[in-house]
Ligand binder design. Structure first.
Ligand code: SF4
Ligand code: SF4
Ligand code: FES
Length: 319
């Protein structure tokens, strides 16, 4: 009972921005209890202390996706974050609140999501059912096993947190980003959808541009696992007729890793690199590594592990 009544005064340090003043920090003090969400903190600051503070929030229950921001540097939904949990986690009464990374700030905690939505709409984020269904002459039923496959990936609320944390979207304009991949795969794998080939063409090249850093997996407030949808989309590349160079290289890379482990039980970096990128590119890169004092790594040859047959058995190569 005692902990339920716990109240603490906290200091909320907000990174603010407007066109006239530029970027600056502002502090607010208020008392919170164990039920106070960070959206409630912001609502009280705005209504009781400073009506000029700008932020987005609507549902207050992790459904609308509008309250994404950084809280103590972590990408979070403000409504899914209790102020006292942050106080306890960081053992400090001061909480910093900043807009999401990567996106252009419009005012205070509000960022421009236009580019995010453009990426999402590139993957045609809706079901394209058959003509019979559209004309009311038929009905598609989803089998429980298909529903189980799609359910997790359909939980995306378009909050943008995964994109804000993704290093690949910052360096590669052709990469659709984790949220668009989650949305794209959700329909690619839906047996009721009728534009599989078109979807695969949109998604396949981009899927090979992810760096597998797992940041999207870590930050998603709905456990969507965008990186898992990217892995699954890569597996569909074999059904694509005209593959891009990026997709072809990606497939070669996966096969080279598989062959290396099957033959030696280890990842032979140099061999995998040559098989993937070709000898000419490998020599150029090897010269670069030699110049940077990493020649040993480039020339290393792995010996087979002693019980290679056990590994081959695990890989389904032997009975
Ligand atoms: S995948 Fe998760 S983090 Fe990314 S936009 Fe959807 S809900 Fe947000
Ligand atoms: S795993 Fe891929 S999509 Fe996810 S954050 Fe890293 S680079 Fe981006
Ligand atoms: S206010 Fe809707 S997700 Fe947070």
């Amino acid at each position: 009972m005692e902990s339920q009544l716990e109240q603490r005064e906290i200091v909320v340090k907000v990174k603010r921005y407007n066109q006239e003043k530029g970027e600056y920090w502002q502090e607010y003090k208020l008392v919170v209890d164990r039920f106070t969400q960070m959206t409630e903190v912001l609502r009280r600051i705005k209504s009781e202390q400073d009506p000029t503070l700008a932020y987005r929030a609507s549902c207050h229950m992790a459904v609308c996706g509008s309250c994404a921001m950084r809280i103590n540097g972590e990408p979070r939904l403000a409504c899914k974050t209790l102020a006292l949990d942050i106080v306890k986690k960081y053992d400090s009464n001061q909480i910093t609140v900043e807009p999401m990374d990567y996106f252009k700030v419009q005012k205070d905690l509000i960022v421009d999501m236009d580019e995010f939505y453009a990426r999402m709409f590139k993957v045609k984020p809706r079901l394209y059912p058959s003509k019979e269904v559209v004309e009311g002459r038929g009905e598609h039923r989803l089998r429980p096993e298909d529903q189980r496959e799609l359910w997790k990936f359909a939980q995306c609320i378009w909050c943008g947190l995964c994109v804000s944390a993704c290093p690949a979207v910052r360096i590669d304009e052709e990469f659709l980003g984790p949220a668009a991949h989650a949305k794209g795969y959700r329909f690619l794998a839906d047996p009721r959808d009728t534009i599989y080939d078109e979807r695969l063409k949109i998604l396949a090249d981009s899927a090979w541009r992810c760096t597998y850093c797992y940041q999207c997996f870590n930050v998603c407030p709905r456990d969507v696992e965008p990186v898992t949808t990217i892995k699954k989309t890569r597996a569909h590349t074999r059904f694509l007729k005209d593959k891009s160079e990026v997709a072809k290289t990606g497939e070669k890379h996966v096969k080279a890793i598989f062959d290396s482990i099957r033959e030696t039980g280890k990842l032979e970096e140099a061999k995998v690199y040559i098989t993937t990128y070709g000898l000419a590119a490998a020599i150029t890169d090897m010269l670069y590594t030699m110049r940077n004092g990493k020649v040993n790594l480039a020339l290393i040859r792995e010996k087979k592990v002693s019980q290679i047959d056990q590994i081959q058995k695990l890989m389904g190569e032997k009975e």
